[in-house]
Design a binder for this molecule. Structure first.
Ligand SMILES: [Zn+2]
Length: 355
């Protein structure tokens, strides 16, 4: 009887161990935060208080930053995916449904960024959801069909890889500013009393983003062209590279992509194959790169593997002393706590290491 009990206990312990190992492995390999970590979120008590303001729910801090800039005094924004959580794979947790129901308006990045199945399904089903990237895409489609590209713009600004749009549009402040009309229109339509206020702030925000865009271009233009090459963990810097690292000639010949390489794809997965390591080594040898840039919310293992293999080949490659911000912003009180601050911080960090 006792031995049967011990056997049952051992079986139970084994199952528990397998469960724990599976969760740990899933967390490490997917790069996604565990559900336990997801629940450590900011308190939402204030946001749930009825104070007469428009209650906006934003998926990411970057989206919230733009919505706040336009909504100003008349809105209260709650950010769903905060801190180091990965917007590529965020899944809804307990309490999120209440936020979706309570929000008057919902803003998300779109273009496939929020592709965690439960969040994606919720966004698609919600009539009040405004996808900023999707708005820019619809504007581009309209421009293409009306022949505006030939007169007003040279080419579409959104990037596609293997048929998938690159969702990291906030990394180019000029491109990001093109989402502003969608926010101003949604706020003005929900709260027509303050529509003029939103419109004025929209224009002001656009001016601020475009001025910051030029400043960031100037920061990186100071780095000699021969050193303006970037390697980060995942493919979050394509728009950044095109806007801030490429030369006019490279833009014209569409060869600017050669200035950026990332061993992981459009969504970070903390996995790197030997083929990807080889490609990364080829890239860094070709351009005499000595520094790799990690990202604040992405596991550094892939970059460390590249550094290990490079060192076996006698190459001295190191990680930048500070991580860049890509899919998440800095914490409150730091320079990277706003979108403009985050892009300026990235530019200064890159320039400082490459010069
Ligand atoms: Zn990303």
């Amino acid at each position: 009887m006792l031995s049967k009990f011990i056997r049952l206990l051992a079986q139970f312990a084994l199952i528990l161990l397998i469960c724990l190992f599976t969760v740990a492995y899933w967390t490490a390999t997917t790069g996604c935060q565990s559900p336990g970590a997801q629940q450590r979120q900011q308190t939402s008590l204030h946001w749930f208080t009825n104070n007469g303001k428009v209650k906006a729910l934003a998926t990411t801090a970057m989206v919230a930053d733009l919505v706040n800039a336009i909504g100003g005094d008349y809105i209260d924004t709650f950010t769903l995916i905060t801190g180091e959580l990965d917007p590529h794979c965020y899944q809804l947790v307990k309490g999120d449904d209440e936020k979706f129901s309570y929000a008057h308006l919902l803003f998300y990045n779109g273009l496939g960024l929020e592709h965690g199945p439960s969040l994606m399904t919720r966004l698609r089903a919600d009539a009040k959801a405004v996808g900023l990237g999707n708005y820019i895409l619809s504007q581009e489609k309209q421009a293409a069909t009306s022949g505006k590209y030939s007169t007003e713009r040279k080419e579409p600004k959104l990037l596609f890889y293997h048929g998938q749009p690159d969702p990291h549009i906030w990394m180019d402040l000029s491109l990001w500013s093109e989402a502003i009309p969608a926010i101003a229109a949604a706020l003005g339509s929900y709260d027509p009393e303050h529509a003029t206020y939103y419109k004025q702030r929209a224009e002001q925000t656009r001016d601020e983003l475009l001025a910051a865009h030029k400043q960031v271009q100037a920061i990186l233009a100071a780095v000699p062209a021969a050193r303006r090459y970037l390697i980060t963990s995942h493919d979050a810097f394509n728009y950044f590279t095109r806007a801030y690292l490429a030369s006019e000639e490279e833009l014209a010949s569409n060869s600017w992509q050669e200035r950026f390489h990332a061993p992981e794809g459009l969504a970070p997965d903390s996995q790197i194959s030997t083929a990807q390591i080889r490609l990364t080594l080829d890239f860094l040898k070709k351009h005499s790169i000595q520094t790799l840039f990690s990202e604040s919310n992405v596991n550094k293992d892939s970059l460390r593997k590249v550094i290990d293999v490079a060192s076996q080949q006698g190459l001295a490659i190191s990680l930048a002393t500070k991580p860049l911000y890509s899919d998440s912003m800095g914490t409150k009180g730091t320079e990277a706590a706003t979108l403009i601050g985050m892009i300026q911080y990235n530019a200064k960090t890159i320039a400082q290491h490459l010069q």
